[in-house]
Design a protein around this ligand. Structure first.
Ligand SMILES: NC(=O)c1ccc[n+]([C@@H]2O[C@H](COP(=O)([O-])OP(=O)(O)OC[C@H]3O[C@@H](n4cnc5c(N)ncnc54)[C@H](OP(=O)(O)O)[C@@H]3O)[C@@H](O)[C@H]2O)c1
Length: 317
């Protein structure tokens, strides 16, 4: 099939594009051309890469028609962040694609209530990103169920892989936290360290899109969590990473108000965003309907990413 991936050179595209090529698909990737995939792969030689700035093309009203002109059977939209953007592309592709897969997020849920959270649970998203993604998801599922637009929504957790900083045990992205744990030094965590994070390896996210394509009839009109088999607590995550470095964990705990003054404002904001959600999502539906079978547990995924950081001199341990 002819598969168009909008925004396919990033975290997920790095792993998804070689999988699509390997399966024999004719693959087109659009991006601004500002970056290359995190990992080189021979499969990219068989990919048609097209430079289009989505924001600019949407502003001029041309984006939808440009995507439709590429005449893909399947469109994978990795970079849609507003309802208007989703409506624009759906109107352009209506009746022209066999499958439309949107990359959503578990942030569409808002704070966890009954865990593990299932896709159908009542939504209470907060923050512009989660609210918009939830609106896009509702819109796409409604279009699929009422008007036959063949949409599926995949909802990743915190994506990790080789080439970028994974979400760390303090709930932010400063990789120095891993150095602290590797040296056996003290690490302060907010509250009791019992809030949760839910990672997923980027290759498992790629797998979920491929499996949704392969299970079209079950996938259309549905959304699926794409996370590892189990979330981790910040405390458990920090202890496991310290042990992985061969150290006894030295953890201390501070009330949020105090803890946030020990890090930069950006780090505090990232941690707050993660612990206020404290995601813990079920993948039972994905396993059952599209045979999503993640290869990586959360800690395995993070450890692979940290191994890459060490091997590439990004952190020293
Ligand atoms: N990161 C996470 O932990 C996480 C968690 C849950 C859900 N998600 C979802 O994952 C999706 C992002 O996937 P990703 O992490 O693989 O993406 P990514 O690493 O941010 O890569 C973005 C891709 O889109 C291209 N791009 C960015 N801005 C563009 C523009 N204006 N016009 C055209 N191309 C553009 C980039 O290439 P150029 O820069 O060269 O244009 C790149 O190919 C989003 O929908 C997000 O909501 C992410």
């Amino acid at each position: 099939m002819r598969v168009l991936v909008i925004g396919g050179t990033g975290h997920v595209g790095t792993y998804m594009i070689p999988r699509l090529v390997h399966l024999g698909h004719e693959v087109i990737v659009t991006s601004r051309g500002q970056r290359d995939p995190y990992l080189p792969h021979a499969a990219w030689q068989q990919v048609q890469r097209i430079q289009i700035d989505r924001a600019a093309a949407e502003k001029s009203g041309e984006f939808g028609a440009q995507m439709a002109d590429l005449q893909a059977d399947v469109v994978i939209d990795m970079i849609c962040f507003t309802l208007a953007s989703a409506q624009h592309i759906v109107e352009a592709l209506r009746g022209k694609v066999q499958h439309f897969l949107h990359c959503g997020t578990i942030w569409a849920h808002g704070p966890s209530v009954e865990v593990p959270t299932v896709e159908e649970q009542a939504r209470h998203p907060f923050g512009d990103y989660g609210i918009q993604k939830n609106e896009i998801e509702s819109y796409l599922l409604r279009e699929a169920r009422l008007n036959g637009f063949p949409a599926t929504v995949l909802m990743p957790g915190h994506i990790v892989g080789q080439g970028w900083n994974p979400l760390n045990p303090a709930g932010h992205f400063n990789p120095a936290v891993f150095e602290t744990l590797a040296r056996g030094e003290e690490l302060a965590l907010p509250n009791l360290g019992m809030e949760t994070v839910h990672h997923v390896h980027a290759d498992d996210v790629a797998q979920s899109f491929i499996q949704a394509m392969a299970h079209w009839s079950g996938a259309v009109g549905e959304s699926f969590h794409v996370v590892s088999p189990a979330a981790v607590t910040l405390r458990g995550y920090a202890e496991a990473m310290a042990a992985w470095f061969g150290q006894e964990p030295k953890l201390t705990y501070l009330p949020w108000e105090e803890w946030q003054t020990t890090v930069t404002p950006e780090e505090a904001q990232a941690t707050w965003d993660h612990i206020a959600h404290s995601p813990n999502c079920s993948i039972a539906k994905g396993r059952r309907v599209i045979n999503y079978q993640p290869r990586y547990a959360s800690l395995q995924a993070v450890q692979e990413a940290v191994t890459w950081l060490i091997a590439n001199g990004k952190i020293s341990v």
